[in-house]
Design a protein around this ligand. Structure first.
Ligand SMILES: [Fe+2]
Length: 205
């Protein structure tokens, strides 16, 4: 019931965005972009498994540490039309704050059960879905998930998602540059009501 209501609200908010704040049909504001950061995993660094479940590696014996969550949403264009067939990529640090990337020189141990990078292809209604862990902070950054959206080889968006109302957001050098509207568009508001927390973030590309 609760999830259904949240889903309805997220659809309504996407529809409202497509109409524009003044209620007239106008091009919706595109989801703000953000820096790629230094830890986007190059193809040679990725596990063979790059599916949309980052919590379990194919053939792996252990599940990733951390709080398992679902992250999902829909992708629209500025006119409000759902965008099927787009490649959504996410990457993030593990529960210990380590990226699956040789450039991450932190000393803490890497969680070898965490996939670190995954992708999904939007369905006919523009929907994507991931199972991953709730992001954790690492030195200098508030918790975040990196996101890319591609159409074929063409990059449409690089951005970062944040935890709504996390106390470290206001000290984060990238988050602080966002307007309240931009921060809202990039915020994951996890519904803690179910057995697995879930957040919906719709994108406009
Ligand atoms: Fe990062």
């Amino acid at each position: 019931m609760r999830t259904t209501r949240r889903h309805l609200l997220s659809v309504l908010s996407a529809a409202t965005a497509a109409l524009g704040l003044n209620g007239r049909a106008s091009a919706a504001t595109k989801t703000p972009s953000a820096a790629e950061g230094p830890f986007y995993p190059r193809p040679s660094m990725r596990h063979a498994d790059t599916d949309n479940d980052l919590v379990r590696l194919a053939g792996g014996a252990t599940q990733a540490g951390g709080e398992v969550v679902y992250l999902q949403g829909r992708v629209f264009n500025a006119a409000g039309a759902p965008q099927p067939g787009l490649r959504i990529e996410i990457w993030q640090c593990d529960v210990n704050g380590r990226y699956s990337h040789p450039g991450d020189r932190q000393r803490n141990l890497r969680d070898t059960g965490f996939q670190g990078f995954g992708h999904h292809i939007t369905d006919a209604s523009g929907r994507y879905r991931f199972r991953t862990i709730k992001p954790v902070p690492y030195p200098g950054r508030t918790p975040h998930i990196h996101v890319k959206v591609l159409r074929g080889e063409s990059l449409l968006l690089t951005t970062q998602f944040y935890l709504k109302d996390h106390p470290a957001n206001d000290r984060d050098p990238l988050y602080r540059r966002l307007t309240p509207q931009q921060a809202s568009a990039l915020s994951m508001d996890f519904d803690e009501g179910g057995t697995v927390s879930e957040a919906r973030v719709n994108l406009i590309v």
